[in-house]
Design a protein around this ligand. Structure first.
Ligand SMILES: NC(=O)c1ccc[n+]([C@@H]2O[C@H](COP(=O)([O-])OP(=O)(O)OC[C@H]3O[C@@H](n4cnc5c(N)ncnc54)[C@H](OP(=O)(O)O)[C@@H]3O)[C@@H](O)[C@H]2O)c1
Length: 323
């Protein structure tokens, strides 16, 4: 199938490197707001077409599906553009700026009969199933606690610190910690609390989120744009603990016993970059005529968007587009 990429920035380059070696995908079109930039991108990654506007790319009948790699602030507009042109969509996380936008997109996609899914890559990876199987097997006994962190020093990055680009730690990094907690502890949490530090530019710079489940389990989640972290997800059990390295791209799992001895090291299956799983699932669903992907159903995207809305409400943090 022929991929079209909208926005020739950082993650678009990573996607281009991913689909390059995939036999199932033809590197077809890249679109930028700047034609020269699109041409350079297309030449660098072996794409057949370069467009100087996103509208031209979605109007090309040869494009089978579109990967949206623009800032969070623009996902709604760009996904809408794709759906209106009947293009299947793989839209980067955070899916939209808020839940209302996500809801509108899903309704439109349903009306037009177009497949759309969120490119939250960790949901589509084999590590998700491997982690859950280990937990179910009781390899570390009864698990009551998980911690997860995702921090990068990206506080100098305009996309991250500008409110008008829907910046902030939550939509960029916290979204992974929330998804990690939901994927491995389930959706039926009963309480969520948080603390936040806002930047001078008016976005959340670092967040600590705590969640509680009625059966006594809880999660402690950290995201920050100010410094680096080990990005570990850790499960604490009655017989030991399990470290997932890392929650943004799980490559290995280490299991320790109660004496802090490493008893098992598990490498995740070899991958191109890890972005291929979401592309493969999207194409599989397109062939089947499905409207959503099983690894990230629309209801799950809505759940995470509503959680982030609720956290921002507690922080009295409103994006300029929401005023
Ligand atoms: N899955 C992951 O691991 C991962 C990692 C990083 C980022 N992401 C997600 O990918 C998306 C893009 O992130 P990125 O790091 O690639 O960002 P980036 O390097 O800043 O690129 C974003 C691109 O969006 C386009 N764009 C359209 N309107 C824009 C505007 N008003 N201001 C700035 N850029 C605009 C630009 O492309 P043109 O100039 O070519 O039009 C720009 O190069 C975000 O949703 C982010 O959360 C995901």
């Amino acid at each position: 199938m022929r991929i079209g990429i909208i926005g020739c920035g950082g993650i678009a380059a990573m996607m281009a490197k991913t689909v390059g070696p995939m036999n199932e995908v033809t590197c077809y079109a890249a679109a930028s707001r700047d034609l020269e930039k699109a041409k350079t991108f297309a030449e660098t990654y072996g794409f057949e077409k370069a467009y100087g506007s996103y509208e031209e790319l979605v109007a090309d009948p040869a494009v089978d599906f579109v990967y949206i790699a623009t800032p969070h602030s623009h996902h709604f507009e760009h996904a809408k553009l794709c759906i209106e042109h009947g293009k299947a969509v793989l839209c980067e996380k955070a899916f939209t700026l808020n839940a209302a936008q996500a809801e509108e997109l899903f309704a439109l996609a349903e009306e037009k009969g177009v497949l759309i899914t969120e490119a939250i890559w960790t949901r589509y990876m084999p590590s998700r199933r491997i982690i859950n199987e280990l937990l179910e097997q009781g390899v570390i006994g009864e698990v009551r606690t998980l911690t997860a962190n995702l921090c990068y020093r990206i506080c100098q990055n305009e996309r991250i610190i500008r409110p008008e680009l829907a910046g902030g730690a939550l939509l960029d990094l916290g979204v992974y910690t929330l998804n990690f907690a939901l994927m491995h502890f389930g959706n039926d949490y009963s309480q969520m609390d948080s603390i936040v530090v806002m930047t001078e530019t008016g976005v959340d710079g670092q967040d600590c989120i705590t969640m509680k489940w009625d059966d006594g389990r809880f999660a402690v989640l950290n995201a920050s744009i100010y410094g680096e972290s080990d990005r570990h997800g850790v499960f604490y059990g009655s017989k030991g603990y399990m470290i997932v390295d890392n929650i943004n791209n799980p490559l290995a799992i280490d299991i320790y016993d109660a004496d802090h001895t490493l008893v098992r090291h598990i490498d995740m299956p070899e991958q191109i970059t890890g972005y291929e799983y979401q592309v493969l699932e999207l194409m599989d669903c397109m062939r089947k005529g499905a409207m959503e992907c099983p690894s990230m159903p629309h209801a799950e995207t809505m759940r995470v968007m509503r959680m982030m809305d609720s956290l921002r409400k507690d922080w009295q943090f409103v994006y300029p587009q929401e005023r």
